[in-house]
Write a protein that binds this ligand. Structure first.
Ligand code: NDP
Length: 250
C-alpha cells in the first residue's frame, strides 16, 4: 500500500518547498493542495519541470465543504493518510489597511480553525505511525500575552474545547473592542494569536492521540523561521529552500 502525504497551501512559498522536498524524499504519493485550482495546477507544472511528480487536489482549509470533498477523495483513492502538513496560512502585514475585525476573522478562520477542522476531519484516515506537522510561527510566542493567558495556553490540562472557546472568545472580544483589556494587547494581533492557538492545539492534539493506544500518531508544531516568501517579504533572512522544519515548538 502506497503511503500518502498531503500539504496544504502548497502552491507557493514554504508549502511549495515542502511539497518539493517530500517529492524528493518521501516514499509514497505526495499531494500538493491549493485553494485555487489554477494556481495549484501551475505549481504542479513548475515542479514537473524540476522532475517532481506531485498529485493535485483542490483544498480550501476555510471551507468545510472543500475539506469533506477532499476527505472523501482520499478515502476512495487511498483509504488512508500518513503525513499531513498544515502549512496554509495568511498574515495581514503592517501595510494592510483592512479593519481589525476582518483581519481577525479571516486569519483565525484559516490559520487556527482551518488547521483544527482539517485535522479533525482527516484524523479517521490516519494510519499507524502517521505524522502531523502544524506550521506555526515564532510570532506566536507567548511573551506577548498576560501571565494568566500564558498559563492557560501552557496548561497540560487544556482541552480542545477550552482552547476553541478561548479562540472564539478572542474573536468576539475583538468585535466588542475589549480584546486589549482582556490581555490581547500586541501588534499584528490576529496573526500572533492564531499561531499561539496553532501551537497550543498541537499539544492538545498530541495528548488526545496519546490517550488512544491504537493511534501511534506524532504531532509537531514547527516554526520555519523568517523566510523570503510573499508573506515573509524580500528582506527575510532565509530562502524557502533553506527552511528548517526541525524547530519544534511542542
Ligand atoms: P505565503 O503567503 O507565501 O503562502 C501561503 C500559502 O497558504 C499560499 O499557498 C496560500 O494560497 C495558502 N492559503 C491561504 N489561505 C488558504 C486557505 N484558506 N486554504 C488553503 N490554502 C490557503 O506564505 P508562507 O509560505 O510564507 O507561509 C507558509 C506558512 O508558514 C504559514 O502558515 C505561515 O504563517 C508560516 N510562517 C511563515 C514565515 C515566513 O517568514 N514566511 C515565518 C513563520 C511561519 P493562495 O496562493 O491561494 O493565497
Amino acid at each position: 500500500m502506497s503511503r500518502v502525504a498531503v500539504v496544504t497551501g502548497g502552491n507557493k512559498g514554504i508549502g511549495l518547498a515542502i511539497v518539493k522536498g517530500l517529492c524528493e524524499q518521501f516514499d509514497g504519493t505526495v499531494y500538493l493542495t491549493a485553494r485555487d485550482e489554477g494556481r495549484g495546477q501551475e505549481a504542479v507544472k513548475e515542479l514537473n519541470e524540476q522532475g517532481c511528480q506531485p498529485r493535485f487536489h483542490q483544498l480550501d482549509v476555510s471551507s468545510l465543504d472543500s475539506i469533506h470533498r477532499f476527505k472523501q477523495y482520499l478515502e476512495q483513492e487511498h483509504q488512508g493518510l500518513d503525513v499531513l502538513v498544515n502549512n496554509a496560512g495568511v498574515m495581514y502585514g503592517h501595510s494592510k489597511t483592512a479593519p481589525l475585525v476582518e483581519q481577525v476573522d479571516v486569519t483565525m478562520e484559516i490559520n487556527f480553525f482551518g488547521t483544527l477542522n482539517l485535522t479533525k476531519v482527516l484524523s479517521p484516515l490516519l494510519r499507524p505511525h502517521a505524522r502531523i506537522v502544524n506550521v506555526s510561527g515564532g510570532m506566536g510566542d507567548l511573551s506577548h500575552v498576560t501571565p494568566e493567558l500564558r498559563q492557560t495556553f501552557r496548561s497540560e490540562q487544556l482541552t480542545k474545547e477550552e482552547l476553541v472557546q478561548m479562540m472564539e472568545q478572542f474573536v468576539s472580544d475583538v468585535k466588542s473592542g475589549v480584546h486589549e483589556e482582556k490581555g490581547w494587547k500586541m501588534e499584528t494581533v490576529a496573526y500572533r494569536v492564531s499561531k499561539m492557538g496553532v501551537t497550543a492545539l498541537s499539544m492538545v492534539q498530541q495528548r488526545q492521540f496519546d490517550a488512544d493506544p491504537g493511534a501511534d500518531v506524532v504531532v509537531n508544531a514547527v516554526c520555519p523561521g523568517w523566510s523570503r516568501t510573499d508573506m515573509g517579504g524580500a528582506s527575510a533572512g532565509r530562502s524557502v529552500e533553506k527552511v528548517c522544519l526541525g524547530t519544534h515548538l511542542s
